[in-house]
Write a protein that binds this ligand. Structure first.
Ligand code: ISE
Length: 336
């Protein structure tokens, strides 16, 4: 069976996934694309031999579509997800699940009512071979009790539309999710530190870099450097400090070049380049689940909801500089 995909949102990540469906993914075909920008939808549809839609609900209910792939902006996710649930179609949704935790709650309620998982969320780092190896090492007990984690999230630059809040609810979301995945426990508090210095490369409305401090249930302390105009590349770092060993993500490149200029390797320039394998694997995972008629698995709506709760606390701390606690309700058995 070839899964007929309806893809909503033709921005950067939507187009990247479209190419992935075309060149890498097996068992699926993008039969419909949807964007409110009609010219973009028409152009992409004719390039990929898909049908263009300008209204998401119409596309979701179309017979051309078996599964809904959401790459639109966060504020419209909730409506599109609930429409797909109502149409009985499985959903892949890019992060964030929704911009606020309250909206995510409605999605949880709908899934709990249905009695099964209907959505896979796009936290692609969980499919990255480096992070998976790090998790495997932690689970094996090699580092012993984990005490600290040092993270860095560096983007070469961000567009003018990137707001200060997005450092938390668009960028740090990835660390918030991956910390829970690596440690198998929840974050209990967040504090955002604004260094007095900021890069001259950041637009005036940004404070860049920022440091976010998280604490988990067992007391692991995590610092996350968010530096989104670092200039030199897309650099994601993670070092886990245990009492017996320190385990870190390695450089992701396959070769080093030794020359008169020293020992060098290429540094990725975008998340699409750095996490290409992870994106391929998460999308194939979704397609395989739909094709085999399995319940959705991988990052869930619950993960999206919990990350949104941590983000809400982070946004409050961004305003007042105080430490904010995160209160997480009991997890429904569906997600255990
Ligand atoms: C962007 O939305 C992403 O998801 C990228 O992975 C992240 O590195 C970037 O900071 C975000 O703006």
């Amino acid at each position: 069976m070839t899964v007929k995909i309806g893809l909503i949102g033709l921005g950067m990540i939507g187009r990247d996934h479209l190419k992935r469906f075309h060149n890498v993914i097996s068992g699926a075909e993008v039969t419909a694309v949807c964007d409110i920008n009609r010219a973009a939808a028409d152009a992409v549809a004719s390039e990929y031999g898909a049908t263009a839609f300008y209204d998401a609900e119409e596309m979701i209910h179309s017979e051309l579509v078996d599964a809904v792939f959401i790459c639109s902006i966060g504020p419209v996710h909730k409506t599109q997800i609930l429409a797909a649930f109502n149409a009985g179609k499985p959903v892949f949704c890019e992060k964030p699940l929704t911009p606020t935790a309250d909206e995510s709650k409605e999605i949880i309620e709908a899934e709990v009512k249905a009695g099964k998982r209907l959505l896979q969320l796009g936290f692609m780092r969980r499919f990255d071979p480096g992070y998976q190896a790090l998790k495997h090492a932690i689970d094996s007990g090699e580092p012993g009790d984990v005490m600290l984690i040092h993270c860095a999230h560096r983007n070469p630059s961000v567009p003018e539309s990137y707001t200060l809040e997005m450092a938390i609810n668009d960028s740090a979301t990835h660390e918030i999710d991956i910390i829970r995945y690596l440690l198998n426990e929840n974050i209990t508090s967040v504090r955002v530190d604004k260094p007095r210095k900021k890069t001259s490369r950041a637009l005036p409305h940004l404070q860049d870099p920022l440091i976010v401090i998280f604490e988990t249930e067992s007391g692991v302390r995590i610092d996350d450097e968010l530096f989104v105009n670092c200039h030199y590349g897309y650099d994601i770092r993670c070092e886990v400090v245990g009492e017996n060993a320190i385990i870190a993500l390695n450089e992701q490149q396959l070769i080093n070049t030794r020359s008169l200029h020293g020992n060098a390797h290429h540094i990725a320039q975008s998340c699409m380049e750095r996490f290409a394998t992870a994106y391929d694997r998460e999308v194939q995972h979704f397609v395989d689940s739909v094709r085999d008629g399995r319940e959705m698995s991988g990052p869930s709506s619950w993960d999206g909801y919990v990350v949104a709760l941590v983000c809400d606390a982070g946004l409050a701390s961004l305003k007042d500089g105080e430490k904010h606690d995160v209160v997480i309700p009991q997890q429904p058995s569906l997600y255990r």
